[in-house]
Design a binder for this molecule. Structure first.
Ligand code: SF4
Length: 266
């Protein structure tokens, strides 16, 4: 699923984006009804959004923050296609935040994979909406003071039908979470926590890529265990991974039937 005979990728050594991209390829490989001919990959702008160009599918590398509306247009015009979006935390939750909200609300059948490295990597290490408090960035040299956005909670509240999170450390698990999103018939969000050793790691003295992976391993708590944690133990340094939300039932079926009817009628 990766393009051959192309220039090598531009990701830094040890970047987590490659791992997450491999997980996407593996999930597509095992997904029923997904082929290179009927699958489109759409991305915005940022380090992770370069991923679309490395994959051997019909791909569209769009403008900053605009991957979701581009993908919505493709799905409405060609409902028989499988449409996957690759986006980053800046691309999806800052400049594309409004599109993200309304994409969830419209519940068009897209699978959005949000590579969250907690920073703007490509443009020089500025704070993004998901940068944890206290972390150093080029725009917050004394530590970020804003509270971070939780994209998964926002997606659920705004109407997404499948919401999951995993990390670049949990390769099998991340692949499973993406596979679940591909099987969903509504707006699916999978947040892939990825490490950025260059912009985020260096600024915060987080050591090697391996050390960052260990941090991710220790910060991630399986949802089943997370649900049993008392509130005081759900500290900002920890986050739940797993299937966080899945819409089921009659209403879900009705909503999707209506979307398919409208899309088919265009
Ligand atoms: Fe990866 Fe960070 Fe380098 Fe971008 S700046 S390629 S996210 S390590």
């Amino acid at each position: 699923f990766f393009r051959q005979n192309r220039l090598p990728h531009l990701w830094c050594p040890g970047c987590g984006n490659g791992t997450a991209l491999k997980c996407i390829a593996q999930a597509i490989e095992g997904a029923e009804g997904f082929t290179q001919d009927n699958t489109v990959i759409v991305s915005g702008i940022g380090c992770s959004s370069r991923g679309s160009g490395y994959m051997d599918f019909d791909t569209v590398h769009t403008a900053h923050g605009r991957a979701i509306p581009f993908a919505t247009g493709i799905k409405l015009a060609r409902p028989e296609l499988n449409v996957i979006v690759i986006t980053g935390d800046g691309d999806c939750t800052a400049i594309g935040g409004n599109h993200f909200l309304h994409g969830c609300r419209r519940n068009v059948d897209l699978t959005v994979i949000l590579f969250n490295n907690n920073i703007y990597g490509m443009t020089g290490g500025q704070s993004s909406p998901t940068t944890p408090p206290g972390k150093n960035t080029t725009t917050a040299p004394y530590g970020t003071i804003d509270r971070p956005l939780d994209a998964c909670r926002i997606a659920e509240a705004a109407g997404a039908t499948y919401v999951a999170r995993s990390t670049a450390f949990h390769v099998k698990h991340l692949t499973q979470m993406i596979a679940g999103g591909l099987a969903d018939h509504g707006f699916a969000l999978i947040e892939a926590m990825v490490h950025c050793p260059t912009a985020y790691g260096r600024k915060n003295k987080m050591g090697s890529p391996a050390a960052m992976l260990e941090w991710m391993r220790d910060a991630a708590v399986m949802k089943t265990a997370w649900d049993k944690l008392p509130p005081e133990k759900r500290t900002p340094e920890k986050f739940p991974i797993g299937l966080l939300y899945a819409c089921e039932g009659e209403e879900y079926g009705k909503a999707n039937a209506e979307i398919q009817r409208r899309a088919g009628g265009l």
